[in-house]
Design a protein around this ligand. Structure first.
Ligand code: C2O
Ligand code: CU
Length: 491
């Protein structure tokens, strides 16, 4: 997700990008507005305010490299962190300082974005906006306070790299509230195409931009889904995996009958929303995107790209398929919940997957975690446009990097009115903040939200984390085809 080229240079040598910057960094449209860049003292001050002097420091080395990975019977040559898909989980406690030494052994430049964290802006990992990309053979030292508990993850923010194996969970435990589950498992859902049938994410993106489907036909592969308001995706991924395993050799969650099992679900897919269910089990949704929700018990859940959900279930006795159906695509990823010997047929149909799954419409953030009542100080329209034929995906009529920044001043309440004028769904993600959905579907706090065709959401954001932040569609191919903008603090 690079390609960001703008005028203006910071002391650190970074190209500043927030407001359309000229000369000394003043936005001509707002004479009072100078972009708060990653090297701005306000960014360091926000970090200082977050960091306890006694904070524990957790150090991790992350090597991005090419290797052969076994996806459960299917071997692929791909890019990953440390040679596994997903990469090794990073687990910290809220308030810890995380130090990560990224070593880039890839044949391309890369960065790491810490998806879901309200961290310091100069560590957020967007090339040219927050840092310079790390060249092949180079390294970068990330260091930031991890402010909030929750299920998060990390991935590159360069090109189509996310649709290779470069992703891993970042689990932040709450020292004040360890939870009362007996067993915990992290399940990372993904759609896979790298090194299966001659495609890689870069060739796939080029094909989409040429207006061809994978077979060279004009127009795109079409997948229908009523649940997603029409079109379910643009890319025909040949495989779907949970924790890097296909249905041929699935990942297993082991527990004892009657135990409380916490599943942390992360959709790392590029182009796929999943319908999730556990055979023979209801589960209770307890959190999304790092924030608790009023518990909702259901037998199926819709999970968009970039979204996370924490669910809890009471394990039955036996071996049970855990299924993530690629919505509208008639393929699936699977894992197994096992509390006793026996066979789990992960390819069988599941009654849980037939009805309408739970969606964000049914979720509410408890009063303790909502934003304070307040009128917005600034309102921006975020109009989502584009179509598959042109493969130009736009915000407010322009493609990144030409989208005018959505500006805000520190301390303001911003309202982003996201309207989807396309015939596809878009999982919209804001970096560095958790917004609150105002109005009927809420109040609900999230950082990634499925916006279906024709839908409009008012997203309220408290501007308490100064810097330059991306807001974009987490369909990787839409983001790369322009559906990105900057949420830009001005001073
Ligand atoms: Cu997963 Cu720009 O984000
Ligand atoms: Cu999109």
């Amino acid at each position: 997700m690079n390609g960001w080229k703008r005028r203006g240079v910071l002391a650190a040598g970074l190209t500043v990008t927030g407001a359309a910057i000229t000369g000394c960094g003043t936005d001509p449209a707002d004479p009072a507005g100078e972009a708060v860049g990653p090297a701005d003292p306000a960014v360091a001050a926000a970090e200082t305010a977050r960091r306890a002097p006694s904070a524990r420091v957790v150090e991790v080395e992350l090597v991005a490299r090419e290797s052969t990975v076994d996806l459960g019977g299917t071997k692929v040559r791909t890019w990953s962190y440390g040679g596994t898909v997903p990469g090794a989980e990073i687990r910290v406690k809220a308030g810890d300082v995380l130090k990560v030494r990224l070593v880039n052994e890839l044949p391309a430049e890369t960065t790491v974005h810490w998806h879901g964290l309200a961290l310091r802006n100069d560590m957020d990992g967007v090339p040219h906006l927050n840092q310079d990309a790390v060249p092949p053979g180079g390294e970068f030292h990330y260091e930031f306070t991890v402010p909030d508990a929750g299920t998060h993850w990390f991935h590159p923010h360069v090109g189509a790299q996310l649709d290779r194996g470069l992703y891993a969970p970042l689990i932040v435990e709450d020292p004040a509230n360890p939870g009362d589950h007996d067993v915990e498992a992290v399940l990372v859902l993904d759609d896979w195409l790298d090194d299966i049938d001659g495609r890689d994410p870069d060739t796939q993106l080029a094909t989409l931009k040429e207006g061809m489907d994978m077979a060279g036909h004009e127009g795109m592969t079409m997948f229908g889904s009523d649940l997603l308001g029409g079109d379910a995706g643009d890319v025909d991924h040949p495989l779907f995996v949970i924790n890097g395993r296909t249905t041929a050799d699935p990942f297993t969650v082991n527990a004892k009958p009657g135990q409380q099992v916490l599943l942390r679900l992360i959709n790392a897919g590029a182009d796929t929303a999943f319908r999730f269910a556990v055979a023979g089990h209801e589960f209770t949704v307890v959190a999304t995107d790092g924030y608790p929700v009023e518990p909702v018990t259901t037998d199926a859940l819709l999970i968009g790209m970039g979204e996370r959900y924490d669910v809890v279930l009471t394990a039955g006795k036996g071996a049970f398929p855990i299924v993530a159906v690629a919505e509208g695509k008639e393929k699936r990823a699977a894992a197994i919940l096992r509390t006793a010997p026996g066979r789990a047929d992960v390819t069988a149909g599941l009654p849980e997957l037939i009805g309408r799954p739970t969606t964000v419409d049914e979720l509410t953030t408890p009063a303790s975690h909502r934003l304070a009542e307040r009128e917005p100080d600034v309102t921006h329209e975020v109009l989502l446009g584009g179509d598959m034929a042109s493969y130009r995906w736009t915000i407010n009529g322009a493609q990144h990097p030409d989208v005018p920044p959505l500006t805000v001043h520190e301390g303001q309440r911003a309202r982003l009115v996201v309207k989807n004028a396309t015939t596809m769904f878009h999982p919209m993600h804001l970096h560095g903040h958790t917004f609150q959905i105002a109005g009927k579907a809420g109040p609900l706090r999230k950082d990634t939200l499925l916006v279906l065709p024709g839908q409009e959401f008012a997203l309220d954001v408290d501007a308490v984390n100064p810097g330059q932040w991306m807001i974009h569609c987490h369909n990787l191919y839409h983001g790369e085809a322009g559906m990105m903008a900057t949420f830009s603090y001005l001073r």
